[in-house]
Design a protein around this ligand. Structure first.
Ligand SMILES: O=C(O)CCC(=O)C(=O)O
Length: 375
C-alpha cells in the first residue's frame, strides 16, 4: 500500500465539507482487504439455518419478489441486465458483532486512522455499526436514494455551529465499475434536513405512518439540473468512499453478467457525538419485516440475553463475548444527550478504535496498526 499523500486528505476534508462525500485512494493495504474479503465471503456463504440464529441477513431480491406478488412491482427500482443470471442483492447488518474477521478489520485496520484524518477528528473515534452489501452479478436492483442519518440515533446536522464528526465508509473488496453497482451521491445534500428512511429497493418509507416527509424526487431533480450527482465509476479494493450521514446516496443496479460487487459500509463517530432517539429510527421489527431478515427472536433469546447480562455483571463474561449483546442493551439504555462512552454497555458496543494519544504511542512502538488487538 502507498501511504495516501497528505494532499489527498486535504482534498478529502474539503470535499466532505463542500460536497458531503470524498474518496481516499489506496488507503487500505491489500493484505487487509484480502482478509476482509475472506470474512465477508464467509458471512454470505453460511447456510440458511445459521441465518435464523446468527446475524441479520436480509434478502432484498426476496423482498422485491414479495412486493411483486403483492401487485406492487411498479415501485421496485431495477434495471434490465445484460443476461439473466438470477443474481441476488443481499445485505447483512451488524456483522462485526459476531464475525471476528469483519470485527478485526473494523477495529484494527488502517481505516479508523484514515477516517479520523479525513473528518478532522482530533480526540477519539468510536466504531458505531456496519451494514454489508452484496450485489451479485446481474442482480438488477438499485439501492434507492436515501440518507443514513435518519436511521442513526444521533444528530449529525452539518449546519450546526459544532457539527458532529461522523463518517460512513464504503469499503469495496471487489473492483466496482458503473455497470456493477457504482455508488452515487447528491452533491451538497449533507446540508439537507433529515427525510424519512425508505426500504432501499423502493422509495416507499419504512414507516408508512411517518410524520417526516420523504425525499424529493432526486432523479427528476437531476434531470432538471437542480441536483448535481457525483458518480464513482471506478473504485478499487483499497479505496474508501466516505460520506456524511445526511448526504443523500444510492447505487446503480449490478447489470453486469460477471462482476460481483461486495462492499462493507462501516460507520464511525467522533468523541463529541451525543445519543438522540429519533422518531425516524426504524424499529428492528419493522426492518426485519421490510427487508425479509431471517433472524428469529424467541423468549429463549431474551432469557439468554438476561442471563449473559448477569454473567457480565459478576465478571464471568468478557467484553468480547458481550460485544454482540451490548448493542441490544445499548439501544434500551442510552438516553438523549449521552455520549458514546456514557454507560458500560455503550463502552463495549462503541469501542474507541482510534485516539490521538494512542497513535503517538504506536508510532513510538513502531507496531503495525493491523496487529493491534486493542487500542
Ligand atoms: O452499497 C449500496 O448499494 C448502498 C450503500 C449504502 O447505502 C451505505 O453505504 O450507506
Amino acid at each position: 500500500m502507498e501511504e495516501a499523500p497528505h494532499d489527498q486528505y486535504k482534498q478529502a476534508q474539503q470535499d466532505l465539507l463542500q460536497n458531503g462525500v470524498c474518496i481516499l485512494r489506496g488507503v487500505i493495504p491489500q493484505t487487509q482487504i484480502n482478509q476482509l474479503r475472506e470474512a465477508l465471503e464467509e458471512v454470505f456463504s453460511r447456510d440458511a439455518s445459521s441465518q435464523l440464529t446468527v446475524g441479520a441477513r436480509s434478502n432484498m431480491t426476496k423482498a422485491a419478489n414479495t412486493l411483486k406478488l403483492q401487485g406492487k412491482g411498479n415501485t421496485i427500482l431495477e434495471e434490465p441486465t445484460e443476461i439473466e443470471t438470477g443474481g441476488k442483492y443481499l445485505t447483512e447488518l451488524e456483522v462485526g458483532r459476531w464475525n471476528k474477521g469483519v470485527r478485526h478489520f473494523e477495529h484494527n485496520s488502517t481505516l479508523p486512522a484514515a477516517v479520523a484524518k479525513a473528518i478532522g477528528e482530533t480526540e477519539q473515534l468510536h466504531f458505531y455499526m456496519d451494514h454489508i452489501f452484496l450485489k451479485e452479478a446481474g442482480s438488477k436492483l438499485k439501492t434507492a436514494w436515501h440518507q443514513d442519518a435518519p436511521y442513526f440515533p444521533f444528530d449529525c446536522n452539518a449546519n450546526s455551529s459544532n457539527p458532529v464528526k461522523a463518517a460512513v465508509c464504503w469499503v469495496p473488496v471487489d473492483a466496482v465499475a458503473a455497470n456493477s453497482g457504482g455508488m452515487h451521491y447528491v452533491k451538497g445534500s449533507h446540508k439537507w434536513q433529515e427525510y424519512a428512511p425508505n426500504v432501499l429497493i423502493t422509495n416507499q418509507p419504512i414507516d408508512k405512518n411517518s410524520q417526516t416527509s420523504s425525499l424529493p424526487d432526486i432523479d427528476q431533480g437531476a434531470k432538471d439540473g437542480i441536483y448535481e450527482i457525483i458518480k464513482f465509476t471506478n473504485v478499487k479494493p483499497g479505496d474508501v468512499i466516505i460520506h456524511h450521514p445526511n448526504c443523500v446516496h444510492g447505487s446503480g443496479a449490478n447489470v453486469s453478467a460477471s462482476k460481483r460487487r461486495l462492499a462493507a459500509s462501516l460507520r464511525y463517530v467522533g468523541s463529541e457525538t451525543k445519543w438522540k432517539n429519533k422518531s425516524t429510527n426504524p424499529s428492528s421489527r419493522n426492518l426485519a419485516k421490510q427487508w425479509e431478515i431471517n433472524r428469529q427472536t424467541s423468549v429463549l433469546t431474551i432469557g439468554t440475553m438476561l442471563m449473559r447480562r448477569l454473567m457480565r455483571r459478576v465478571g464471568l463474561l468478557s467484553d468480547e463475548n458481550f460485544y454482540e449483546d451490548s448493542y441490544n442493551w445499548v439501544t434500551r439504555e442510552m438516553k438523549d444527550g449521552y455520549k458514546m462512552n456514557a454507560i458500560d454497555s455503550a463502552r463495549v458496543a462503541f469501542p474507541v478504535v482510534w485516539s490521538k494519544k494512542k497513535e503517538k504511542q504506536l508510532l513510538v512502538n513502531d507496531k503495525p496498526e493491523f496487529l493491534r488487538s486493542k487500542i
